[in-house]
Design a protein around this ligand. Structure first.
Ligand SMILES: C[S@@+](CC[C@H](N)C(=O)[O-])C[C@H]1O[C@@H](n2cnc3c(N)ncnc32)[C@H](O)[C@@H]1O
Length: 219
């Protein structure tokens, strides 16, 4: 009998949890991320996310990980990116810690995972992405970059995590906009850099979400 294949779309309750979670990712991009996560999880290696925020995209990685018996790992300092700070376009005052006076998305993230029934499937690294990448030593099956959108942060995420990607693993980059009129260029620049390195081949695109496979060594 053939082995059962993992579903390419999440179960309705997982999709509902994704839609209910705070975050910015539209459903169509979420479905593309989920498809990549299901495929990458078949490598039997952890799935790594940079940029947890309140756990919206983490739900999809965690569900795909659960089906394959691997873990999802998600990294965030939970203090928010530049564009999420007070006075900026993506600020949400409900995720400010009134005692500290700074953003803290960790409680919302934990509520999101609890509501989705996925707490057991996720390791949350609370800290800065480059520092986490520097102490990380295991190969991963997927790297999803959705952290800080400045050149400094996007470049550090790429340089820190892409080398941990196993051969055949998937590099997924969010908010890739070729036209500056559509959004910031830092994710686009690391996307171009990955392709031009010769180490990656593009396998899928949905909206601003691009999926590349590691097909070479020269990072
Ligand atoms: C766009 S949000 C992530 C959205 C999330 N992936 C989703 O779909 O719901 C970016 C997140 O990256 C985090 N971040 C930005 N720069 C970071 C860094 N250098 N290290 C760790 N986290 C960072 C911010 O705190 C923020 O929560």
């Amino acid at each position: 009998m053939a082995a059962p294949t993992a579903p390419t779309a999440p179960q309705p309750e997982i999709l509902a949890a994704f839609e209910a979670a705070k975050g910015f990712m539209p459903v169509d991009e979420g479905l593309a991320l989920y498809g990549a996560a299901v495929e990458a999880a078949a490598l039997g290696l952890p799935l790594l996310e940079v940029g947890t925020y309140c756990g919206r995209s983490t739900i999809l990685l965690a569900d795909a990980a659960r089906a394959a018996g691997v873990m999802a790992v998600t990294v965030d300092h939970h203090r928010g990116s530049e564009e999420q700070q007070p006075g900026w376009e993506y600020h949400d005052p409900t995720v400010v810690d009134p005692e500290v006076g700074r953003m803290d998305t960790l409680p919302a993230f934990r509520r999101t995972l609890h509501a989705a029934g996925l707490e057991e499937q996720v390791i949350a690294l609370v800290g800065r992405s480059p520092q986490a990448a520097a102490v990380w030593a295991a190969p991963v099956g997927l790297v999803f970059i959705d952290g800080g959108h400045t050149d400094e942060h996007a470049t550090a995420d790429y340089e820190g995590w892409a080398p941990h990607l196993a051969p055949g693993g998937l590099l997924v980059i969010h908010d890739v906009f070729a036209d500056p009129a559509d959004g910031g260029q830092a994710p686009y620049r690391i996307y171009r850099r990955a392709l031009e390195s010769g180490a990656f081949t593009e396998v899928a695109t949905r909206g601003s979400l691009h999926v590349l496979r590691r097909t070479g060594a020269g990072l």
